[in-house]
Structure formats: structure tokens, C-alpha cells
Design a binder for this molecule. Structure first.
Ligand code: GRG
Length: 306
């Protein structure tokens, strides 16, 4: 069993909190200037960005950048863009035509407040704005490494797109009510949840100037943590507390969805998640202490309550 020392727990919680505040600051500043955005669309985008969330993807990007000796300012555009893409996916996922959920991040889902049409556009707005930020010419630091920036844009687009998250969502819809085997479920999760988490980790490494060997190790870490994250999410849907998780729970079982607990049972799901996290930690063996935050986050991914 992965045990987290009390000292590590407090280091991790202040690391998560301080980086969440940094990301919140950028997100709300970037989306905080209505500019030429029509008022209602702006309010709808801002509503979901300001609704909270753990910001785990941007924090993983920052920790990966740190692990290879990069500076936080190098990774901020990618970190912020990925959180915008993630937020768009949650808005669209909650729509009546998709997962039909009323609650997200402890608040009414976007379409419950702004209506379906505006919620769709708010998601579209966040997705496209993410690429505006990633490719923006005003980022002096990122401009020094145009090659890295182009690679990051490509990787994030591929992870979010039809071969990644969007494709995963399609598989999820198609498989509702069917019993998937573990291999099919793993493939679905690799696309729907894992691809964007892995892209965050790789974007962090690329931003920080990782060597190809370091990037491969981060990729191994990211693939394992991405899957463990989704298994933990499946477990929370069964065992979590709605006020803490901030979304409707028990839906997977009601909708007859294939999940790890449904297929392998709760106990086996927990063992698998822990095994994946141990493998993720092993992938970081060649890194020095600069990867310690990344190591601590791995434990948090399966111990979280939201
Ligand atoms: C609609 C294109 C499209 C994609 C939707 C991400 C997704 C695909 C759907 C969201 C529903 C879901 C349970 C996805 C699994 C990924 C996941 C665990 C999302 C929640 O991420 P957290 O826990 O949420 O990081 P916060 O609110 O903390 O940001």
C-alpha cells in the first residue's frame, strides 16, 4: 500500500494549493477581460472557469517542467490552455445530449445556468481560446523556443481531438449499457481521460527542455497516472461523498456503464490503481529530487476525495 508521510502530505497540500492559486489567477485574468466577447458568452465561459476544480492537469504540467529543471513561466501557457480544454470537455459532457448532469464542481452545470446553446458555444470558445493562448505572440519566454511550442500545440491538439479525448467520449457513448472487457475499458480511458493528462505531463517536460530519455520516462509516468486517475474516479463514483466530489455520484451504475469497480470489483480496482501508481513512481527512478512533487502527486491521485 502507498503510504504518504505526514511531512510529505503537508508539503504536497501547500504545493497543490499554491499552484492552484497561480493557475486560477492566470485563468481568471485571461478570461476576465470581456473585450470583444459577447457578454453572455463571456459570462458562461467565465462561470465554468471560476467554478473551481482541482487544476490537477496544469499542476502536473508544472511539476513535470520542474522535474527536468524548467521554470514555471515556461509552462504557464500550456498549463492554462490544458485547463481551458478540460473545462470545455466538462461543459459539453454535462449537456443533456451527452451525460446529462445538473451538477459540476459543486455548482449547477453550465447549461443549467446559461441554456444549452450558450453552453455549447462556451465550450467551443474555451477550446479555441486555448489554442489562441498557446500560439499567442505575446509570450516572450515561449517565443524563445518556437520549436518546443509547436510540438506542444501539436501534442495537445492530438490529445484533445478525435484520436484522444473526443474519440474517447464517442466510445463512451457507444458503449453505454454494454459490458466491456478490461482491455476495451482501458482503451476508452486512455483516450477519454488519459490522453489529456499525458499531454499535460509531456507539455511540462517539453516546456522545461526535457531530453528525449526524460520525456520517455515522463510518458511512462503519465500513462500510468492517467489510468490510475480514472480508476480513482470510478471508485469515487461508488464510494465518494457528493458534497466533496462536487458532481452527481452513483451515475455509472444507474447508467449501466462499464467501470473498473463494475468489471473487477472495488477491492481489485483499488489494488490495480495502487499497482499503476507504483509503476508510475518507478518510471521516475532516474530523476533527482526535482521530481519529488511529481512523485507526491502520484500518491495523491489515488488517495483524493474529490
Ligand atoms: C465532451 C469532448 C468531450 C469530452 C468529455 C473529460 C470528459 C470527456 C468527460 C468528463 C466526465 C468524466 C468523468 C471524465 C473522466 C475524466 C474526469 C475524471 C474528469 C474530471 O476531472 P477532474 O477530477 O475534475 O480533474 P476537476 O473538476 O477537479 O477539474
Amino acid at each position: 500500500m502507498i503510504t504518504v508521510k505526514t511531512k510529505d502530505k503537508s508539503i504536497l497540500s501547500s504545493y497543490l494549493q499554491s499552484n492552484k492559486e497561480i493557475i486560477d489567477g492566470y485563468l481568471l485574468r485571461l478570461s476576465g477581460i470581456p473585450g470583444n466577447i459577447p457578454h453572455t458568452l463571456y459570462n458562461s465561459m467565465h462561470y465554468s472557469l471560476a467554478a473551481g476544480g482541482k487544476r490537477i492537469r496544469p499542476i502536473l504540467a508544472i511539476a513535470s517542467c520542474e522535474a527536468v529543471g524548467g521554470r514555471i513561466e515556461d509552462v504557464i501557457p500550456a498549463a492554462v490552455a490544458i485547463e481551458m480544454i478540460h473545462t470545455y470537455s466538462l461543459i459539453h459532457d454535462d449537456l443533456p445530449s451527452m451525460d446529462n448532469d445538473d451538477l459540476r464542481r459543486g455548482k449547477p452545470a453550465n447549461h443549467k445556468v446559461f441554456g444549452e446553446a450558450t453552453a455549447i458555444l462556451a465550450g467551443d470558445g474555451l477550446l479555441t481560446m486555448a489554442f489562441e493562448i498557446l500560439s499567442g505572440a505575446d509570450n516572450v519566454e515561449a517565443n524563445k523556443h518556437a520549436d518546443r511550442r509547436l510540438r506542444i500545440i501539436h501534442e495537445i491538439a492530438a490529445a484533445a481531438g478525435p484520436e484522444g479525448m473526443v474519440g474517447g467520449q464517442q466510445l463512451d457513448m457507444e458503449n453505454e449499457g454494454t459490458i466491456m472487457d478490461i482491455r476495451e475499458l482501458e482503451e476508452l480511458h486512455r483516450r477519454k481521460t488519459g490522453a489529456l493528462i499525458l499531454a499535460a505531463i509531456r507539455a511540462g517536460g517539453i516546456s522545461g527542455g526535457a531530453t528525449e530519455t526524460q520525456l520517455q520516462a515522463l510518458t511512462d509516468y503519465g500513462a500510468k497516472t492517467g489510468l490510475a486517475f480514472q480508476i480513482a474516479d470510478d471508485i469515487l463514483d461508488v464510494e465518494g461523498i457528493e458534497q466533496e466530489v462536487g458532481k452527481s455520484l452513483g451515475k455509472d451504475a444507474r447508467q449501466n456503464k462499464s467501470t473498473y469497480p463494475a468489471i473487477t470489483g472495488l477491492a481489485e480496482s483499488k489494488i490495480l490503481a495502487e499497482k499503476l501508481i507504483n509503476e508510475a513512481l518507478a518510471a521516475l527512478d532516474s530523476f533527482d529530487d526535482k521530481a519529488n512533487h511529481l512523485r507526491m502527486i502520484a500518491g495523491y491521485i489515488i488517495a483524493r476525495n474529490s
